[in-house]
Design a protein around this ligand. Structure first.
Ligand code: NAP
Length: 287
């Protein structure tokens, strides 16, 4: 049971976390902080927050757990401010989609309080953002990856793991670099492909005609191109190295497909598509 939870950044993820904990009866008071008062008022109206605070220091005052759910580009400044005002026993965690950059910022921000910071990432989301997009079942049955550091206090990790388990999530741990490599492949690269495809098609002269005939496959493939551009700009900046390496490998893969088509190499096309289909068919049950 968390007596007082402070959520810094009350959007899709922060809002859904509050709703899930409330539904589980696992939280007392929820205090929010953000830049936009209308958004915070909406949070209170929707039952996401009990109240919001005028300053970040006021929001985290007396909190047992502080969850930082701002875009990655705002993490560094927000963590630095938390570091200056952190209550003695509070545990801090974040939900950022890339961990290396957040961990560097936390090391700079927390000093002796670093053991009370538990980096985290819920592998759940939608293409929508903002507090109104939040819903209590978002994390149900989904994975949450914690990337505790060598310095991280085991009790702090247990507190954060229990928080996510109350939301119905399955909690796993891995190291920071491994997380960023795996997520670059499974989440960050697919977002780049969806954005690039829609951008490419929208540059074609007859794009209105093309989009008019877009069917289910196009919708499925490009849904995530409706995701928040600010969030994905920040993910690219925070996990650029791993991501660019994968984009280059993927370009090579596309070259192989183009070459097989150019050569009318039916066997190669069948081999390639057959292997991809059987991989996806065997994996999708776990996704
Ligand atoms: P979101 O819906 O846009 O919410 C972010 C919230 O942060 C907004 O309500 C915004 O409110 C607030 N904010 C922005 N800058 C701030 C600042 N400097 N100080 C305080 N509050 C600030 O975004 P989200 O999808 O919940 O994403 C939040 C985090 O979760 C990101 O780090 C993202 O990488 C991670 N994440 C996202 C997903 C996903 O699928 N969406 C999945 C897993 C993890 P104001 O404008 O009022 O300040």
């Amino acid at each position: 049971m968390i007596e007082r939870l402070a959520i810094i950044g009350v959007g899709l993820i922060g809002g859904s976390l509050s709703l899930a904990l409330r539904q589980a009866g696992a939280v007392g008071e929820v205090v929010g902080f953000g830049r936009n008062r209308n958004n915070l008022d909406k949070g209170v109206e929707l039952g996401v927050l009990d109240r919001h605070a005028a300053t970040l220091a006021e929001a985290i005052d007396g909190a047992d757990v502080v969850v930082v759910a701002v875009p990655l580009g705002a993490m560094s400044a927000v963590l630095a401010e938390i570091g200056r005002a952190l209550p003695d026993s509070a545990v801090v965690t974040d939900v950022g989609s890339a961990k290396g950059a957040v961990v560097s910022a936390a090391r700079a921000a927390f000093g002796e309080a670093l053991p009370r910071f538990v980096p985290g990432h819920p592998i759940a989301g939608t293409e929508k953002s903002g507090v109104e997009a939040g819903f209590a079942s978002l994390f149900q049955g989904r994975r949450v990856i914690l990337t505790p550091l060598a310095e991280t206090d085991a009790g702090a990790t247990d507190t954060v793991a229990a928080m996510w388990q109350h939301c119905g999530a399955v909690v796993e741990s891995m190291d920071v670099e491994h997380h960023d490599r795996v997520l670059a492949a499974t989440s960050h690269l697919p977002h780049m492909l969806a954005y690039a495809l829609v951008h490419h098609l929208s540059n074609l002269n007859d794009h209105a005609e093309i989009f008019r005939y877009a069917a289910g496959g196009f919708r499925d493939f490009t849904r995530i191109a409706s995701s928040d551009p600010v969030m994905w700009r920040d993910v690219c900046l925070a996990n650029g190295e791993a991501l660019v390496e994968l984009i280059e490998q993927y370009q090579h893969e596309l070259e192989l497909v183009a070459a097989a088509i150019r050569d009318s190499d039916a066997d190669e096309l069948l081999r390639l598509f057959g292997r991809a289909k059987s991989e996806r068919d065997s994996l999708i049950g776990n996704c």
